[in-house]
Each structure stands twice: as structure tokens, then as C-alpha cells.
Design a protein around this ligand. Structure first.
Ligand code: PLP
Length: 456
């Protein structure tokens, strides 16, 4: 099907920029901005190439159905191309993916089936097995299968590689990649093996993935763990993943990945996704290890827009145990939103219930302390609000003081953690206050998060 003048013609030809404000030792580090593809990721390239290869090979009829198992970005690339070319698309997605990706997919017209992310290959609810099953059930459907589809690495061999080589003026020493399906790695390996075999291929792998170990030992020796970085890392070596040109692999933790992605935004102004942190962290390690100056390329594989509520959100980072303010050794350590740091969500007694409602929605909290000066004089939660307005929605205009609860459970910062339990058993939240006034709230989920973090 022709695609002249379509949005899909804007896939690829992404800019390359140098990271100027990070410590790259004696090296120069460049990033290819794949976040500037139309759906915001490197996977638009393979969405296009896999669909067009299937068209060429007669594997899809006009108006036919495409099926894919994907953790998100490939789905977006396919959804864009499918919508433009008039195909139906069914995507099977594990349930750890960012909400924003799923909303984006559905808005593009894809049908999304969510499945479990805590089961592995061979389990009937494993996302790739479900996709294969759907493919068998739906006659004439085409299982795209980025993990084995040769048009995936081909896209990178034919476009990403030549673009990098030209943008670096044919002066390049190393490329740092992550592996999801292995398409990027394999395509670039093939391209550079042909045009510039001296270019080193380096792997950036999330801690928990098995791939770095495979690079070192040649086989899968350890069980996969879990990681929060999206889009890269594997519990198996996909058919499309050729690791043979990779000599060095760097394992990067979630914490280092997120911290690096945040630094890339702060210092370089580039809003990358979580894997950008993994790739840049690995590239920085490589750069700093070098004695001779090298020219190194890595990727901003997707846009950080999809992760604003996660890794770019201090409260989410705090809840995950990834951003720890200096410990105080008391109950303050359990408080996510601290009043004196300006983090607490509060209301005044004269604010309206509509304001209370908006604040609960905006900050995704279900109860809000009501203040007079630095003192908490009440708490309002969803049920207080509901009970007050249910008979007459005009009462959203009433002041918060008319609906708040004033029997409060106050606790000192140096009280033991065990003192929280009786408060929660009475179905209250704990208001932490000292002589100077309000410090912050502790809810049941804060205590649960705190206990979970003790697991390490
Ligand atoms: C978000 C994201 N998606 C995909 C990829 C590459 O995946 P693949 O191995 O499937 O080409 C990367 C690589 O870094 C990535 O960061």
C-alpha cells in the first residue's frame, strides 16, 4: 500500500547530538534521538519494516489482522503503521507496562489484551504464548513476532546503521545498545561488520536480565531476576539477538538507570525513557574506562513522556526505594510527602469541598490534612466528602471545615513504628507532629512500602 505523504514517512532519520555536560573522560559521547520518531521510540522503524516485508511477501491481505506480543513500544510503531495502512492490530501486553503506553495504543486503535508479567516462557499466560495461540485461532492473521522476524534487524541494518555512520562522519569507535528483541544489536552488528568492523558493540543490560552473563560465559547460567527498566533485558536469548560481536557487557541497576536518565534530562535537556538511563550509564562507564579518546554512540530509545509519573516523579521514586533522602532514623523516614519540604498536600478550613476533590484527584491521594497555620485541625477523606455531598451536589461549594473529621491521631516522630498499628486498626491515618507543628502523614500503604523496602 502506498505511503506517500503519510506520517509514516517521517520514521527514522533521527538527529544525533553530543552529550556535553556529563563526565565522559577522554571520550566523546553522542546519542541518537529515537524518541523523535512519530510514536516516540526506535520501534517505529521495525513497525514499518515488518509490516512492509509482510506485504511484500504476501503474508497479509488488505484489511487483515496483525498480532503481536509486545511490551509497548513495538505495539505503538505497529499501531501507527496498521492504522495508516488499514489493518486490524491485536496486542498482548504484560501488566507491568506504563499506563500511558496502553492509553496511547488504544487511542491509535489497537486492541490491547493485558496478561500477567510474573510468568515465564511456557506458561499459558505468558504474553508471547498467548499471541501465538491467538494467531492459530484467527485464520489469515499474521503474527508479527519481532523476536524472530528478519525484517526487525534488517530495519536497523538498512537505516539506523547507515544514519549513524553518516552522522558521525565515518569516525566511530563504539556503539552501546540495549537488547529487547535484539533487532537493534543484530542489525547494527551486521552493518558495522561490513562497513567498519573496528566498531565495538557494547551491551547495556538491566541488572536481573540474563544477557550480560551470556556475553561473559556464552550460555544462560542464571535465573532471570526482575527489573523496572522498560523495553530492554531478557530472560532468554531471542532468535533475533546475535551477541557474537559483543565483547563487553555492562549490568546497570534500576537505581543507576533512573538516576542517569534524570541527570540526562537535568544536564542535557533530553527527556528519555528509563532505558536511556541504562544505555547512557553503560556508555559513561565505557567512556571513563578509556585511555585513548574514542567516539561513542548510544541511544535515547524512547521518550520520557511515558514515564513522567514514574521515574520523573520523586514520590514514585521514593516509594520504590530508589530515591532516599538522608535517613533520620525515625518515623519521618516513612513520610512520602513532607510538609516542611513543601511536599505535603493540604487544605485550609475555608477551602471548598470542590477544591478538596480536585486536590485528591490531582495528587492521587485519598485523604488530605486540613491546616490552620502549621497545625493540623482536621482530616478530610473520600468518604467524608461523599457523605457531605451525596444528597446535594451543590454542597461541593461548602467549606472543608463542615465535612472534615476532627478526631485526630497525632504521633511524635520518635515514636516506635509499632505505635502506628493501633492507629491503622482504628482505620485512621497517623499525623506526625512535633513541637513546631505538622511534619507529615503516614498511611497504611506507607507502612507497607516501608516494610517491603526492608526486604532489600
Ligand atoms: C525502550 C527500548 N526499546 C527497544 C530497544 C531495542 O530493542 P531491540 O533489541 O528490540 O531492538 C531499546 C534498546 O535500548 C530500548 O531502550
Amino acid at each position: 500500500m502506498p505511503r506517500d505523504g503519510s506520517i509514516i514517512n517521517t520514521i527514522g532519520d533521527t538527529p544525533l547530538v553530543e552529550l556535553k555536560n556529563l563526565d565522559t573522560g577522554v571520550c566523546r559521547l553522542f546519542v541518537k534521538l529515537e524518541n523523535q520518531n512519530p510514536t516516540g521510540s526506535i520501534k517505529d522503524r521495525i513497525g514499518l519494516s515488518m509490516v512492509e516485508a509482510a506485504e511484500r511477501d504476501g503474508k497479509i491481505e488488505p484489511g487483515g489482522t496483525l498480532i503481536e506480543a509486545t511490551a509497548g513500544n513495538t505495539g505503538l510503531g505497529l499501531a501507527l503503521v496498521a492504522a495508516q495502512k488499514g489493518y486490524r492490530l491485536i496486542l498482548v501486553i504484560p501488566d507491568k507496562m506504563a499506563q500511558e503506553k496502553i492509553l496511547h495504543l488504544r487511542s491509535l486503535g489497537a486492541e490491547v489484551r493485558i496478561t500477567r508479567s510474573d510468568v515465564g516462557k511456557g506458561h499459558p499466560e505468558y504474553y508471547q504464548d498467548i499471541a501465538a495461540h491467538l494467531n492459530r485461532e484467527l485464520p489469515g492473521s499474521f503474527y508479527v513476532d519481532q523476536f524472530a522476524n528478519p525484517a526487525n534487524p534488517l530495519a536497523h541494518e538498512a537505516t539506523t546503521g547507515p544514519e549513524i555512520w553518516a552522522q558521525m562522519d565515518h569516525m566511530l569507535d563504539a556503539v552501546v545498545v540495549g537488547v529487547g528483541s535484539g533487532g537493534t544489536l543484530t542489525g547494527l552488528s551486521r552493518y558495522f561488520a561490513r562497513v567498519a568492523p573496528h566498531v565495538e558493540m557494547l551491551l547495556a543490560d538491566p541488572q536481573g536480565s540474563v544477557l550480560a552473563d551470556v556475553v561473559r560465559t556464552g550460555k544462560i547460567q542464571k535465573e532471570a531476576g526482575s527489573w523496572l527498566i522498560e523495553g530492554i533485558g531478557e530472560d532468554f536469548v531471542p532468535p533475533n539477538c546475535d551477541l557474537s560481536r559483543v565483547r563487553t557487557a555492562y549490568e546497570i541497576s534500576d537505581a543507576e538507570s533512573f538516576a542517569t536518565a534524570r541527570e540526562v534530562l537535568r544536564r542535557e535537556g533530553i527527556l528519555g525513557g528509563s532505558s536511556t538511563g541504562t544505555l547512557v550509564a553503560a556508555a559513561l562507564r565505557y567512556c571513563r574506562e578509556q585511555r585513548a579518546p574514542k567516539r561513542v554512540v548510544t541511544f535515547v530509545c524512547d521518550s520520557g513522556n511515558k514515564y513522567l509519573t514514574k521515574m520523573y516523579n520523586d514520590y514514585w521514586m521514593f516509594e520504590q526505594g530508589l530515591l532516599e533522602p538522608p535517613p533520620q532514623g525515625n518515623l519521618v523516614d516513612l513520610i512520602v510527602r513532607r510538609y516542611r519540604e513543601g511536599g505535603a498536600v493540604t487544605l485550609g478550613t475555608g477551602d471548598s469541598l470542590l477544591q478538596a476533590y480536585r486536590r485528591m484527584k490531582l495528587f492521587d491521594v485519598s485523604q488530605v490534612p486540613v491546616m490552620e497555620g502549621d497545625r493540623v485541625v482536621g482530616i478530610i477523606d473520600e468518604s467524608d466528602l461523599l457523605l457531605h455531598v451525596h444528597a446535594d451536589p451543590a454542597r461541593f461549594g461548602d467549606p472543608v471545615r463542615t465535612a472534615m473529621v476532627t478526631s485526630l491521631e497525632t504521633i511524635a516522630p520518635d515514636a516506635p513504628v509499632s505505635a502506628l498499628l493501633p492507629i491503622f486498626q482504628r482505620d485512621h491515618v497517623a499525623i506526625v507532629a512535633d513541637n513546631a507543628g505538622f511534619v507529615g502523614l503516614i498511611t497504611k500503604i506507607d507502612l507497607i512500602n516501608y516494610l517491603r523496602k526492608q526486604l532489600g
